[in-house]
Structure formats: structure tokens, C-alpha cells
Design a protein around this ligand. Structure first.
Ligand code: GLA
Ligand code: GLA
Length: 683
């Protein structure tokens, strides 16, 4: 990363002077205001293509030169975006092939954004040209810190070019049609392909029930998106090999009161091709359906998953200092919550807090979206003042930038399992909820201040004390071997119902649980019962009773020890929770989906057996989150009060406040939303 950022958190965000070129007094204000708000980084050019190339081949970069120089003059840095997320009118008009085609075969007309075809040769050529112009012009500008490729890549196209690429992708993967027909089980309904030209993308007008096909289509969409991104990077890598490259990832779930990583693109694959992971974070702070701590837990989960993609600091490329405009109800963050949510980003490994956007737009689609500078153009504005106060604080704690994180617990998540599980028929359609269920497991650790990495099965998890891998529906034999080796060499694994059911083509394993998992868990799975939403069972577990919901696997213990049994239904008295000693380690199987009370009990025991809290600086308080970062000299901790009440904390180690350099008293009282940043010096 650029030297400038050694010991500086980036603070700033999307700056769109191209909306204000006719307002010179506004642009002048911006620079002065940026200094007042302790802004050190701006992202330029995200949707500026039409301002940069108003006519084909006619480049107007002077305005951007000026902004670059002005940002440099105030000591700031630029993250320069490539503009492919929003193309100019002339481009779509002259080359309609660049517009996306939907699954019904309808061609889009120009408009909106993020809706180009990923295959179109002409779009790729035009993007290459504009990116090359930018790289040549600004590649050696001292203010250039980083590249931001496009914006929030997403979606899919079904045009002729994409269909051709789809068939090529399948030919490369399967070689011949017999293999493809088998992998997709096309003999069901007798739809075997006899010629490659018959293979089309999934469509509501054609094939839309073939699970293997849908799964491959999602993989293809991820690969095409990455391929397009790499194509965008070519001229940039060539001109500026030393400038890091990122693209902004997303989260989703707002419509269902969830907050989870984006499901549509396999970011674990994409992350291999970016120099630094960045993402746009918009949790529903101060909502009317859950506590602030519950929102914070979900937000923490997404941060941890994006940290874990590279196990390196990431960036928050966008967040709002106040409200968004695209919720049903767009609530303002209450005073103090911006600072709290920003500090949480850093606590989980972000090296930045960047906003969408610097200045609120005067018109069009997002004019009521929050920004640092509002329509009042005032620095007395509450939001502006909170941003400025936050920026000043960041300067005091800059030494944390670049530090790493230390974790003993890994949660496994697999994008492909999620696609397959969501797509399959059967079970409870609204209750599968794989990422949300992982979050329920995660919640225990978050409330206890035990840091968690969220890895994919491809990543190395051999060094973790505990691996939690429930609902890992799709499992290759490679993953099975990895899990067996992990446990055999002393690891502790938690699996559950829905784990290891299908292979990489979403074909069921025949003959019950695959042999390696049978040995690992020491059980046989006989059935999987789906419960209605209001239906519950109970399990007895170590003299306690816990409610279960949604799913009950009916299992038979072989070598496993039975720790909990069902209390009702045709499987009452049969095992629900088992423990199998395998090699030097232990594998638990949770046959039922349980209440959170059970997790508290179950993981509480594992946490003490595995010493998961030995680095803790305080006794846990579920509304106060403590997350740490570390380097060779110091362990840093962010102590964050996610409640509207004052909270008391008992510290169990001596810590020093990083901002005041004063020792922190053992009985620490935290005001509502207060954050303390402290450290422990290493010997
Ligand atoms: C109908 C069809 C079958 C099968 C079942 C599933 O009866 O004829 O082919 O799809 O529904 O319930
Ligand atoms: C996304 C986009 C931005 C803006 C914000 C609004 O993150 O990248 O351009 O639309 O959402 O929240």
C-alpha cells in the first residue's frame, strides 16, 4: 500500500465534482470543508465517464487535472475509479450491444447504471480505452493512492455473446455432453442435450428447474465478472504496476431485516484478484426491529467475513454518515452512532472510513441520501460536525492502521453451498437461511468478545482451535479429507444437519453419509424432518432442556457419544447432539437447529475447554463489544458500547487509553454509544 497510509486511516469518500462543474463556489468550499472535516482521501470519477469523454474519442480531462492538484494541495490522496459502472449515452446509442439482455431475451435501453454486458467486445474495448487514458494521465500523479475498478459489480446478461461464452465455459469444464448431461442429471424429464448449440442459459421461458445448471450459471457469472474486471485492470497494471487495485464489494439483506455478505458473486474467488478488499457498508442502524447490539453483531459478521477473504486489513469504501435513501424508512443515525459504527469498522480490520458521498446531490435519484455536506452547505450541521470529530479522532489512533488480527475460531461459509441450498426444492423454503444461521452461531462469539474468522473451505483452517461448519451442504472429497485431517490432528469441529449432502454438481451422495464423514462424526443420518414455523421440539442436554426449530435430522450414533436427545415426535429419545473422538480431536454433530440458549451453553463449555478467552481484557457484556488488532509492539482494543444505556465493564488486564495515554480504571463506565480505544504493550 502507498506509504502515505502508514499510520493513517483513510477518511473521506466519493467526491463527485463532475456534478458541480457549473458551481465554482461550491467546489472552492469543498476544499476548505474537507480540511475542517479531517478528510485525507477522496474517490474520484466513479460515474464521470460522460464528463471525461463527452463524445467518442474526445477526452476532457482538464477539470479532473485541477481536482487532482487541489486535493494534492490540501495534502490529500485520490482513489481513482474507472467509470464503467455508468457509461455515456452516446456509447449505448451507437453500440446497443453494450446494453444488457435479460433472461427473457429483452434488450435494455440506455439508463440507470451497473447494467452493461460483461462479454460485449466493443464495451471491453471502450472501457480499455478510457482506463488507459486515466492511467496514462494520472499514473504518476503524486496524489494517486489507489485504483477503484468500476463500482459494485453485479448482475448478469443473457445476450448472444454471453450465451457463446457460457457454452465455451461449459465445454472447458465438462469436455463432452455426456458428462454435462450426467452432472446436471438431464435424464430427469428427458432433456438430455445432443448438441452443444442446444445449451442455453437458464431462463423462465426455458430451463429454469435444473439445479446443476443454475449452480454452474452462478459460477459462470462470477467468472465472467472477474474476467471483465481483469480486462479493466490490464491497461492500469501496465501503466501503474505499483498502485494497488480494489473494487467495492457489497452486503445485502435489508428487505428481510438481514445483513449478510452479497450472495450473488463468489467473493472468495474474486478476492484473489484484488490487492485489497473493500466494501460498501450500510447496516440498518437505529432500526425499529432489533437492538443496536443485534445490528452491530450482523455488521461485525460482514466485516469479519471480508477481513477473512485475504486475512488482511480491508477498506470501507462507502458508508453513510447519516441515512440512506433506499430503505422503506430512512432513519437518521442518532448522535454518536456514526462514530460508534465507524470505530467498529476499524476494530474489525478496516483501514478506512469512506463515505458515499462527500456532498449531497442537488437532484436526481439519490438527492436525499445522506452525505458529509448537506444541502444546507453548512459546517454547523450535526452530521458534518460528527464526521469532523470522528476524523480528528482517527488522527490520534492512526498507529493502528495496517495492524493485523489474531483469532482462534473459524466459521466456514461457502458461496456455492449457499447457492445450491437456496436453489434446491424441499425442506422449508423460507427457513434454510444458511448465512443467517451462521450468524446465529457467530453471535455467541461476538457477545463473548471472542474474535472469529469466516473462511471458505478452500482456505487453510488447520491452525484454529475451533472450526464451526454447520450446514456445509455441498462438500467435495477434498473438503472431507481436510476436515478429517484437521480433527485427526487435534482440532475441534462443529457440524450440523444439512452438512455434506451433495457433491460439487449438487448430486446427492448415495448410500447415506459419505464414508469419511461417517468416520469423522461416528453417526449415520437416517432422515431430515422439516418443522413448520410455529412447530418446535425439545432436546435434553446435560440436565437442561432447549427448544429446537425448523430442522431435525434423525440420526443413529455409531462410535459417537450421545450428549443430547429429542423429547418428542416419532424420533423422541433418539440422539440430537453427538460428540465423536476422532484421532486426537473431537467432532460434534448438531442434528437439530437450536435456540440461542443452547449455543450459550454448548459453546460456553467449548470456550472454556479450548481457552478461547485467554486474551480477553474484560469480563464480557453482551451490549459492549471488544475487538482487537495487534502488531509486534502492542495489542489494541476497541471497547464499544452498543446500547442506549451507560454500561459498566470490569477490566481483567491493565490497559492504557491510546488517545490520552492514561491508564484506564479497572471499573470502566461507558456512556451510551461510547468507544474507548486502548492498548496493552507487549513485553
Ligand atoms: C406430478 C408429476 C410427477 C412429479 C410429481 C411431484 O405428479 O406427474 O412427475 O413431478 O408431480 O410431486
Ligand atoms: C452504493 C453505490 C453508490 C450509492 C450508494 C447509496 O454503495 O456504490 O453509488 O448509490 O450505494 O447508498
Amino acid at each position: 500500500m502507498n506509504k502515505f497510509f502508514d499510520q493513517h486511516f483513510m477518511h473521506g469518500g466519493d467526491y463527485n465534482p463532475d456534478q458541480w462543474l457549473d458551481y465554482p463556489e461550491i467546489l472552492k468550499n469543498d476544499l476548505d470543508y474537507m480540511k475542517q472535516a479531517h478528510i485525507n482521501t477522496v474517490t474520484l470519477g466513479v460515474f464521470a465517464w460522460s464528463a471525461l469523454e463527452p463524445e467518442e474519442g474526445v477526452y476532457r480531462l482538464e477539470w479532473l487535472d485541477e481536482i487532482f492538484d487541489q486535493i494534492q494541495a490540501i495534502g490529500g490522496k485520490v482513489i481513482l475509479a474507472t467509470p464503467s459502472g455508468g457509461r455515456p449515452q452516446w456509447l449505448s446509442q451507437k453500440y446497443p450491444e453494450v446494453n444488457r439482455t435479460n433472461a427473457q431475451g429483452q434488450k435494455h435501453t440506455h439508463g440507470f447504471r451497473h447494467n452493461h454486458c460483461y462479454s460485449s467486445p466493443i464495451y471491453r474495448k471502450k472501457v480499455h480505452q478510457i482506463n488507459e487514458q486515466l492511467a496514462k494521465r494520472y499514473g504518476s500523479h503524486p496524489a494517486l493512492a489507489m485504483w477503484h475498478i468500476s463500482n459494485e459489480y453485479s448482475g448478469e446478461c443473457f445476450c448472444g455473446y454471453c450465451q457463446e461464452n457460457w457454452r465455451k465455459w461449459l465445454q472447458k469444464k465438462y469436455g463432452d455432453l455426456a458428462t454435462l448431461n450426467h452432472a446436471w442429471w438431464m435424464s430427469f424429464w428427458g432433456n438430455n442435450y445432443s448438441d452443444w448449440s442446444q445449451v442455453l442459459p437458464p431462463s423462465p421461458l426455458g430451463e429454469h428447474k435444473v439445479h446443476g445448471m443454475d449452480l454452474d450459471w452462478k459460477r459462470f457469472v462470477t467468472d465472467m465478472t472477474i474476467d471483465f474486471y481483469l480486462h479493466e485492470c490490464e491497461p492500469i497494471r501496465e501503466q501503474t504496476p505499483d498502485i494497488p487495485i480494489t473494487t467495492n464489494f457489497m452486503a445485502e439483506g435489508h428487505a428481510t431485516q438481514d445483513f449478510i455478505p452479497l450472495e450473488g458473486i463468489d467473493y472468495s474467488k474474486f478476492a484473489r484478484y484484488v490487492d485489497i478488499v473493500s466494501w460498501d457498508s450500510y447496516p440498518d442502524w437505529n432500526n425499529d426491529f432489533e437492538t443496536l447490539a443485534a445490528t452491530a453483531m450482523k455488521s461485525a459478521y460482514v466485516h469479519d467475513q471480508y477481513w477473512s477473504l485475504k486475512k488482511q486489513p480491508f477498506l470501507i469504501m462507502e458508508c453513510t454518515p447519516s441515512f440512506v435513501n433506499w430503505h422503506q424508512f430512512n432513519k437518521a443515525k442518532k448522535p454518536g452512532v456514526h462514530q460508534l459504527s465507524g470505530m467498529q469498522q476499524l476494530a474489525h480490520g478496516s483501514d478506512s472510513t469512506l463515505y458515499f458521498q462527500w456532498r449531497q446531490s442537488r437532484g436526481n435519484s439519490e438527492k436525499f441520501h445522506g452525505a458529509v455536506v448537506g444541502h444546507d452547505n453548512s459546517v454547523k450541521n450535526r452530521v458534518f460536525k460528527e464526521v469532523a470529530d470522528y476524523g480528528a479522532r482517527l488522527e490520534k489512533i492512526g498507529e493502528i492502521q495496517g495492524t493485523t488480527r489474531k483469532k482462534k475460531v473459524a466459521l466456514l461459509f461457502d458461496w456455492e453451498s449457499n447457492w445450491a441450498l437456496k436453489r434446491g426444492g424441499g425442506f422449508g423454503r423460507p427457513t434454510r437461511r444458511y448465512p443467517q444461521t451462521l450468524q446465529e452461531h457467530y453471535r455467541y462469539f461476538w457477545e463473548q468478545d471472542i474474535p472469529v474468522d469466516i473462511l471458505t473451505p478452500d482456505q487453510d483452517f488447520s491452525e484454529y482451535s475451533l472450526v464451526v461448519a454447520p450446514m456445509l451442504y455441498m462438500m467435495t472429497s477434498v473438503t472431507m479429507e481436510k476436515l478429517n485431517k484437521y480433527v485427526a490432528t487435534g482440532g475441534t469441529l462443529v457440524s450440523s444437519y444439512f452438512t455434506g449432502m451433495v457433491n460439487e454438481n449438487d448430486l446427492l451422495y448415495l448410500g447415506g453419509v459419505p464414508q469419511p464423514l461417517k468416520e469423522l462424526w461416528g453417526i449415520e443420518v437416517l432422515e431430515l424432518d422439516t418443522l413448520y414455523p410455529e412447530e418446535h421440539n425439545q432436546i435434553s442436554y446435560q440436565d437442561h432442556f432447549f427448544e429446537t426449530k425448523d430442522y431435525s435430522a434423525v440420526i443413529e450414533a455409531k462410535s459417537a457419544q450421545v450428549l443430547g436427545v429429542y423429547q418428542s415426535e416419532f424420533y423422541h429419545g433418539t440422539p440430537a447432539i453427538t460428540k465423536n473422538c476422532f484421532g486426537r480431536g473431537t467432532a460434534y454433530y448438531l442434528a437439530a437447529r437450536t435456540s440461542h440458549d443452547f449455543f450459550k451453553h454448548f459453546y460456553g463449555q467449548l470456550a472454556s475447554e479450548l481457552n478461547l478467552t485467554e486474551d480477553a481484557i474484560a469480563k464480557p457484556n453482551p451490549e459492549v463489544s471488544i475487538q482487537g488488532r495487534t502488531n509486534a509492539e502492542r495489542d489494541y482494543y476497541f471497547i464499544m458500547n452498543f446500547s442506549e444505556q451507560e454500561q459498566q465493564l470490569t477490566l481483567v488486564r491493565n490497559v492504557v487509553d491510546l488517545e490520552t495515554n492514561q491508564a484506564v480504571p479497572q471499573q470502566l463506565s461507558l456512556a451510551p454509544y461510547e468507544v474507548r480505544v486502548v492498548y496493552v504493550a507487549k513485553k
